[in-house]
Each structure stands twice: as structure tokens, then as C-alpha cells.
Design a protein around this ligand. Structure first.
Ligand SMILES: Nc1nc2c(c(=O)[nH]1)N[C@H]1C(S)=C(S)[C@@H](COP(=O)(O)O)O[C@H]1N2
Ligand SMILES: [Mo]
Length: 155
């Protein structure tokens, strides 16, 4: 894996600024691009996940937060319940992570990875990461807590 691969594990000083004002994102399957907005996301069944922490190597831990959003597994399956094994979640500033379908299937529903649109019972702001991937099981370095998701690429 190349050193500058945005999806490779790496330490990173978090980017404090949204790369753009627009929280729209695309869901991409092989050969198919589905544009989605936060309104679309809010129309799908959401779950709230309490006791989430954002753990930074650089500046400590924040939380606990309650994040609410659409389980990533359900989001993908709602648009294409076909066969897939991997999903890449990439922000407009080039930060991202990969999650395996098996990994998502193994999660407890109460600690599911979500595409979050709300924090502590109110809509998330763009500055806070809207729309933001929250992986509640990650408690070490926040590299999966991708802010400003621009692309969800299903493979
Ligand atoms: N898009 C994007 N998401 C990101 C980052 C980033 O630079 N860009 N940094 C990550 C890192 S290293 C940390 S510690 C947390 C910081 O989250 P916070 O700004 O909510 O504290 O965001 C994570 N998500
Ligand atoms: Mo971090």
C-alpha cells in the first residue's frame, strides 16, 4: 500500500475545517453513482448510539457523545442489497477508511457503524463533520471517525 494512500492507517493531525460547505455525498457501486443529500439520510431509519468517544492521539479524547444516523450496512443494502464485501468511506479532504461487510455484520446493533447526521439530539453542523462516519467500536485513534463524507464506495 502506498505511503500516501488516504485509506492506509496513518496518524493524522485532524483537519479542523470543512473542505466545502455542501454536505451532499455520493454512494458509488461498480458503474453506478447515486447522489445523496443529508435530507435523504434523514428519511431513512436512524439509530442513536450513546457513549461515543472521539479519541485523538494529538489532542486527547472528547465525549461521550450520542450520535444518530443511518447504519452503514442498512444504507448500502437500501440502495443495493446485492453482493458486496467492502465499503470505502472517503471525505472531500482525502481522509478515509475501509470497512468490511463481515466486520459490519458482526457489530452489535447498539454499537453499529453509522453515517451520522445528529449529535447529542440535535442536527450535526457541517463544521462538526456532517455527514460523519461514526465507528463506535473504535476507541484508539479516531482514524475511522471520518468527517465530511463525500463518497461511500461499495466494492
Ligand atoms: N475528513 C476528516 N475526518 C477526520 C479527520 C480529518 O483530518 N479529516 N481527522 C481524524 C482524526 S485524526 C481525529 S482525531 C478526529 C477529530 O475529530 P474532532 O474534530 O471531532 O475532534 O477526526 C478524524 N476524522
Ligand atoms: Mo487523530
Amino acid at each position: 500500500m502506498s505511503h500516501d494512500d488516504p485509506l492506509a492507517p496513518h496518524s493524522h493531525e485532524p483537519n479542523p475545517e470543512p473542505p466545502s460547505a455542501d454536505p451532499a455525498f455520493t454512494l458509488e457501486f461498480r458503474g453506478r453513482v447515486i447522489p445523496l443529500t443529508v435530507d435523504h439520510l434523514r428519511q431513512l431509519p436512524s439509530v442513536a448510539i450513546d457513549n461515543c468517544f472521539i479519541v485523538s492521539t494529538g489532542h486527547g479524547t472528547s465525549g461521550p457523545f450520542s450520535f444518530a444516523g443511518v447504519p452503514l450496512l442498512a444504507l448500502v443494502d437500501a440502495h443495493d442489497p446485492g453482493e458486496w464485501t467492502l465499503v470505502e468511506v472517503i471525505s472531500a479532504d482525502g481522509f478515509g477508511t475501509r470497512l468490511g461487510r463481515a466486520e459490519l455484520l458482526a457489530e452489535q446493533p447498539a454499537r453499529a457503524s453509522i453515517l451520522a447526521h445528529a449529535i447529542d439530539g440535535r442536527p450535526m453542523t457541517r463544521a462538526e463533520g456532517l455527514a460523519r462516519l461514526i465507528v463506535p467500536s473504535e476507541r484508539d485513534d479516531a482514524l475511522k471517525q471520518v468527517k465530511w463524507v463525500a463518497t461511500v464506495r461499495v466494492k
